[in-house]
Design a protein around this ligand. Structure first.
Ligand SMILES: C[S@@+](CC[C@H](N)C(=O)[O-])C[C@H]1O[C@@H](n2cnc3c(N)ncnc32)[C@H](O)[C@@H]1O
Length: 266
């Protein structure tokens, strides 16, 4: 399955910023709580983007873990390397396309993580097998992704504004259909955790910043709703109108992120 998808540094940074300013919980704290990192372990982060999880691992463990962060996007890696200077380049950031065989040592990592990334893989079983191959026996794979009930109000507003169906989102649709099942087949043990984080918007402006960064033309996930820049802007105007209506009616928009965390042990 080819997922025509591209993440830009700017869009990802905007969404991360909105989560931290308008959310009531911190997803990194949740992740660290369920992962319980032991000092001295080797971690590989796949689809690391600008390094959000890598830096959390580093700070939480006071630098007592060995971290490799990998991504296919050179611009996101450049951003990650830039931030890495503040911690003396403690994280090893490298290019890795998870649709290709992983050119990294096998039976080597105690923890492999792929946060909000695995569902963009062309061939999920292939990518998960590569991760399994690189883990030490007893090593853990941690993946996160949106669940089907994720940010329902966001999709309700888009549906009302456009009168169209929401295109299948690779995250929520592929976890249920393929990712979790394949993890269960390949690994000795799997467990599921759920994280819920309500984002509260009292005004339309930050909601629209999030919407633009989420539906961004660059990401190509929403082509069934718009093709040209003019169509994109028309959709944004329609969404803004509906968002105003929701805020006038309810005095705020509460968009709850519902994220699954899946831990599989080799
Ligand atoms: C939504 S971002 C998440 C980034 C980061 N883990 C975070 O939570 O901030 C998805 C990431 O997957 C990466 N990605 C997409 N396709 C990839 C591929 N074929 N190989 C490696 N990374 C890929 C993107 O470049 C992007 O950094």
């Amino acid at each position: 399955m080819k997922i025509d998808f591209q993440e830009t540094t700017d869009d990802l940074a905007k969404r991360i910023d909105i989560h931290s300013r308008f959310g009531s919980r911190d997803i990194d704290e949740w992740m660290l709580e369920i992962l319980k990192l032991q000092p001295g372990i080797k971690i590989l982060d796949v689809g690391c983007g600008s390094g959000k999880q890598c830096f959390s691992y580093y700070h939480h463990s006071n630098g007592q873990v060995e971290i490799t962060g990998t991504d296919v996007s050179e611009s996101l890696l450049a951003e990650a390397r830039n931030k890495n200077q503040a911690i003396n380049n403690a994280v090893d950031f490298r290019f890795l396309d998870f649709n290709q065989a992983f050119d990294l040592p096998e039976n080597n990592y105690d923890l492999i993580s792929a946060c909000f990334a695995i569902y963009y893989a062309q061939d999920i079983p292939f990518t998960l097998k590569e991760m399994h191959r690189l883990l030490v026996p007893g090593g853990r794979l941690f993946t996160t992704g949106p669940m089907p009930t994720n940010k329902k109000v966001f999709y309700d507003i888009i549906k009302e504004a456009t009168g169209k169906e929401i295109p299948p989102m690779p995250g929520s649709s592929r976890y249920a259909s393929q990712i979790y099942g394949t993890m269960q087949e390949l690994f000795a043990k799997t467990e599921q955790h759920i994280f819920e984080n309500p984002l509260t918007f009292d005004t339309v402006e930050p909601f629209m910043v999030y919407t633009r960064a989420s539906m961004s033309e660059d990401r190509k996930l929403w082509n069934s709703l718009f093709q040209t820049h003019e169509e994109f802007e028309a959709v944004m105007t329609a969404i803004e109108k509906v968002a105003h209506k929701f805020i006038e009616r309810d005095s705020r928009i509460v968009m709850t992120k519902v994220v699954g965390g899946f831990i599989a042990t080799k």
